[in-house]
Design a protein around this ligand. Structure first.
Ligand code: BES
Ligand code: MN
Ligand code: MN
Length: 460
């Protein structure tokens, strides 16, 4: 990390923040149709930044859903090519009432920027844009070929980018030696990390239907099935109090954790009591024979994300609801296949469906987990870059979250992959009051510049 670069970043802090905040003010929520125009605005804003700030040839790529944004540097002959991936869509701000400041108006409080997308992933992905700008401004040129690809639907399953990767011509457009992503967490504020494993995820919506309309629970109660009760009963059979998923065959493809890997994962600094207290809990949950770090990063899990049915309004209402539904997900580890899980789940639910209730299981999205080999010279170069910024070597970690498209892109492009997170678990991504510490953000910019500088020198 050169002093000149650090100085440039320091002197342009305010300018960088202003630009970042412009992006944060666009409510690009991919899950809600009402934000469709914001998705386009956001894509246009990004293409404009790549073009105006970096002088990159930038394009908006139309898709069946939200646009992709692609930009590339002028060619640097003989140097490696890095593809920087990020997503410009964000999670819904709900529950909106729990935000201390308006969710789409960045607010700096105690050195942290509060806003939906502050970290995930506008803040993190823009660290690379500002890093490239800093390299250009201090050196006048770039040390390697840089491409950017931003998608607007990572939070809803990446269908457009996934379809884009199907065509050989598009793969030539994105071709790179290495893919660089900041959309994960580092182990701690002063501990850099490189994520070498992510869990996969498979999501469903289950709807149970009973009578053809809500019924009086006095007239009918005790004589017909209640779909909400049926839903509770069926869902509660999926997981036991020991954290084990009870669907036959669910664990068949799970690769056991080796002693070596368990030792490696145990090196991650993690204070269980502190981590629980931060989210207002005094007890953990899960498979007793695995540590919390292992349960999160390297074991499968099941969660219900939302459940509805019956009367939700003020006061009471004595009914047997006509229907009930739930959205739920399984996190998967490498080698588990979404299709296999779907088949086993469907059979499990069908066999437990009570008479008088109809079921509809809708598959929403699915992707397997991944672990990447650590031997890559690009990965090692990135580690050197991080070390030059933090003064210590990064830890190699496995994260519990999912970025389904990155494993796919790695495979389809035949590129190496570096997941260098600049955020922290405490940033509250997907929660109300999401934030990104200014210090972590600027360290992210420095890290990106350092990583790019090291990647430029690496060879496959
Ligand atoms: N950036 C996250 C994933 C993440 C966060 C991985 C922290 C590791 C550490 C990403 O935006 C995300 O939320 N992904 C979704 C994917 C799903 C909607 C298909 C997830 O994990 O729930
Ligand atoms: Mn993300
Ligand atoms: Mn996310």
């Amino acid at each position: 990390m050169t002093e000149l670069l650090k100085k440039y970043i320091r002197e342009h802090e305010q300018e960088i923040l202003n630009t970042w905040f412009e992006a944060l003010r666009i409510p690009s929520v991919s899950a809600k149709a009402e934000h469709k125009p914001d998705m386009r605005r956001m894509a246009e804003w990004l293409a404009d930044i790549l073009d105006r700030e970096l002088g990159f040839a930038a394009d908006i790529i139309e898709t069946e859903t939200n646009p992709l944004v692609f930009g590339q540097s002028p060619e640097v002959p003989g140097a490696p090519t890095v593809l920087i991936y990020g997503h410009y869509d964000v999670q819904p701000a709900d529950p909106v009432g729990q935000w201390r400041t308006p969710p789409f108006e960045p607010a700096v409080i105690d050195g942290k920027v509060f806003c939906r997308g502050a970290d995930d992933d506008k803040g993190q992905s823009l660290t690379h844009v500002f890093a490239v700008k800093s390299l250009l401004e201090t050196d006048g040129k770039l040390p390697l070929n840089i491409k950017f690809i931003f998608e607007g639907e990572e939070e809803v399953g990446s269908s457009a980018l996934s379809a884009f990767l199907e065509s050989e011509e598009n793969r030539r457009t994105l071709a790179a030696d290495v893919i660089l992503v900041s959309d994960t967490d580092k182990p701690a504020a002063d501990d850099p990390g490189i994520t070498y494993g992510l869990r996969g995820v498979v999501g469903y919506e289950l709807t149970l239907t009973g009578p053809n309309r809500d019924l009086h629970s006095g007239l009918y109660g005790g004589s017909v099935r209640n779909p909400v009760i049926a839903l509770c009963a069926m869902l509660s059979e999926i997981i036991g109090p020991d954290g084990k998923i009870r669907i036959p065959g669910f664990y068949d493809d799970v690769v056991p954790l080796s002693a070596l890997e368990r030792a490696e994962l145990a090196r991650r600094p993690f204070d269980e009591a502190e981590a629980l207290a931060a989210v207002g809990l005094d007890a953990s949950f899960g498979e007793p024979e695995f540590t919390v770090v292992e349960r999160r990063g390297a074991r499968p899990s099941f969660d219900i994300n939302g459940i509805t049915g019956g009367y939700q309004g003020e006061g009471g209402k004595t009914i047997i609801p006509a229907r009930a539904s739930a959205k739920f997900t399984f996190r998967l580890v490498p080698n588990q296949k979404p299709e296999t899980v779907t088949r086993a789940l469907e059979e499990f639910l069908r066999s437990r469906l009570p008479a008088g209730i109809k079921m509809d299981l809708v598959f929403q999205h699915g992707a397997g987990g991944m672990v990447i080999p650590l031997e890559s010279p690009f990965l090692q170069a990135a580690a050197r870059g991080l070390e030059s910024v933090y003064g210590k070597a990064p830890l190699f970690i496995r994260d519990g979250g999912s970025i389904p498209i990155v494993a796919q892109a790695k495979e389809r492009l035949g590129a190496d992959l570096i997941l260098a997170g600049a955020g922290l678990e405490e940033d509250g991504i997907h929660s109300p009051n999401e934030h990104f510490a200014l210090r972590d953000f600027f360290l992210g910019i420095e890290s990106s510049a350092a990583i790019l500088t090291e990647l430029a020198k690496a060879k496959r």
